[in-house]
Design a protein around this ligand. Structure first.
Ligand code: GLN
Length: 490
């Protein structure tokens, strides 16, 4: 592997800016590496070689001409294939979007381009971001670079796998109930779900609009801070995006945790069947204490209902959002002898089984006779979960829990939907409450699989969350025995 690929995005951007490395060399090295690893990993659904090489050349030309460069100039980036890149296909890993080409850039895409990022291509996902393993993709299977017999996690599995495989420096995914954090945990990366409203959702194909957020995957917290800085902020095209000013996240990263209070839910750690996950999280929490933090025990009594609430709320919103795929406006159209039948045949052939399950669940939950019993009740319990967090955050600044109950599992291992849904027990509550949250690698299990810890902070405390995560990350990396600088051998 080219030594260039060992740099993180922050270092690469610095070297491109000083001329020590060209954007073209970085892009070519990434594309060459990717050509060798993709047959095993399968992270990308489409690549834009020509566009990437052109963008890189333009960066180098601008630098030679003395023009100012953006903060991500020359950094090869990949995007989940539910984010629009003008002129490239957006498939959502579904047959129903066959042939659809995005007519415009998502706001995140536009901001990345403006920051000088080199967009390499689009990555695999569970169909319409519904799943936890990437196995619900209708187009391709993606494997975990740490062990190709295992899943990368989902739904942003391709975005996680490409950064872990070093076939991109940074990638973006979407997180509705855990789809950035879970694959980050399975692939040994930092995966960040911004506070709801921090990053524009314009140009992200909607799954559950009250939960969806776009966020980055990277190999270091400082890269995540940089990626967030260039993509966050008010967007007139997304009315849920916040006008709160965007702090200079990379400049605010701290070295210690003095005065920070870390909330811990004792039962999560005590009752976790996978003791290796529990012990690595426990050890990381002890490090936070050694760095000056005070550990406080908190309770989140209603968070136990998070998965149930999520599957009602998210499915209800999905059933409404996905009504637009009708064979008339986008992608696939399966002809039939009248309009209604064409609608049935297109949706019948175009959507996969998990998407159909969600649409049926959601439609039922919203139906006249059951609305209050399901959707109304779920919305009320969601409020109770939010209140649990309000109370907890009165006593602590951040909350540390496991990110996933187990490391990456084998492809094909989880065949029933319920066991797949339970992958997200620790990530869903933060989504329901709109918090800022991330997964941070804290070590490897005995089988060499990466383990992530989940850290969350109140909405719009993204700067404080990243700062604390950085301090812990630096301390973890200084401990050689944890081998956190390892790379997967592919
Ligand atoms: N795994 C969860 C689901 O299947 C979360 C997905 C997501 O965050 N997009 O819905």
């Amino acid at each position: 592997m080219d030594a260039l690929l060992k740099l993180d995005a922050t270092e690469l951007a610095t070297q491109v800016a000083t001329g020590a490395v060209t954007a073209l060399a970085a892009t070519q090295a990434t594309l060459a590496h990717l050509a060798a690893t993709e047959p095993k990993v399968g992270a990308y659904l489409s690549l834009d070689h020509a566009g990437a090489l052109l963008a890189a050349t333009q960066i180098d030309t601008a630098r030679k001409a003395g023009k100012p460069l953006g903060p991500l100039a020359g950094v090869p980036v990949a995007l989940k294939d539910n984010l629009h890149v003008q002129g490239s296909p957006t498939t959502c890993a579904s047959r129903i979007l066959k042939g659809f080409v995005a007519p415009y850039d998502a706001t995140v895409t536009a901001r990345l381009k403006a920051a000088g990022a080199v967009i390499l291509g689009k990555t695999n996902l569970d169909e319409f971001a519904m799943g936890s393993s990437c196995e619900n993709s209708a187009l391709q299977q993606t494997r975990n670079p740490w062990d190709v017999s295992r899943v990368p996690g989902g739904s942003s599995g391709g975005s996680a796998a490409c950064v872990a495989a070093r076939s991109a420096f940074v990638s973006f995914g979407s997180d509705t109930g855990g789809s950035i954090r879970l694959p980050a945990s399975f692939c040994g990366l930092v995966g960040y779900k911004p506070s709801y409203g921090r990053v524009s959702r314009y140009g992200l194909v909607a799954f559950a609009s009250s939960l969806d957020q776009v966020g980055p995957f990277a190999r270091s917290v400082r890269d995540v801070a940089l990626a967030l800085k260039v993509t966050a902020g008010l967007d007139p095209l997304d009315t849920t995006s916040s006008a709160q000013p965007v702090p200079d996240y990379p400049a605010l990263l701290a070295r210690d945790l003095k005065g920070k209070r870390v909330g811990v839910v004792r039962e999560y750690l005590d009752k976790l069947p996978n003791r290796q996950v529990a012990n690595l999280c426990q050890a990381a929490i002890a490090r936070m204490q050694a760095l000056g933090a005070q550990v406080v025990e908190i309770k989140l009594p209603h968070a136990d209902f998070g998965v149930q609430v999520y599957y009602v709320v998210a499915s209800a919103e999905a059933s409404s959002n996905l009504a637009r795929f009708d064979g008339v406006r986008y992608g696939l159209r399966v002809p039939a002898d009248n309009g209604i039948r064409a609608y049935f045949s297109t949706r019948g052939e175009g959507f996969g089984p998990e998407v159909k399950r969600r649409i049926m669940l959601g439609t039922y939950a919203l139906s006249a006779g059951h609305y209050d019993e399901y959707y109304g009740k779920a919305a009320r319990v969601r409020t109770l979960i939010c209140r649990d967090f309000d109370q907890a955050f009165a006593a602590c600044d951040l909350i540390a829990t496991p990110c996933a109950p187990f490391p990456a599992f084998k492809a094909g291992e989880k065949s029933d939907p319920l066991s797949m849904y339970l992958c997200d027990v620790y990530t869903i509550p933060a989504s329901l409450a709109g918090l800022s949250a991330l997964s941070l690698p804290v070590g490897f299990d005995a089988g060499g699989l990466p383990i992530g810890m989940h850290l969350s902070a109140p909405a719009f405390h993204d700067d404080k969350l990243l700062s604390a995560a950085h301090a812990l990350e630096q301390d973890l990396h200084a401990d050689q025995s944890l081998q956190l600088d390892r790379t997967p051998s592919l």
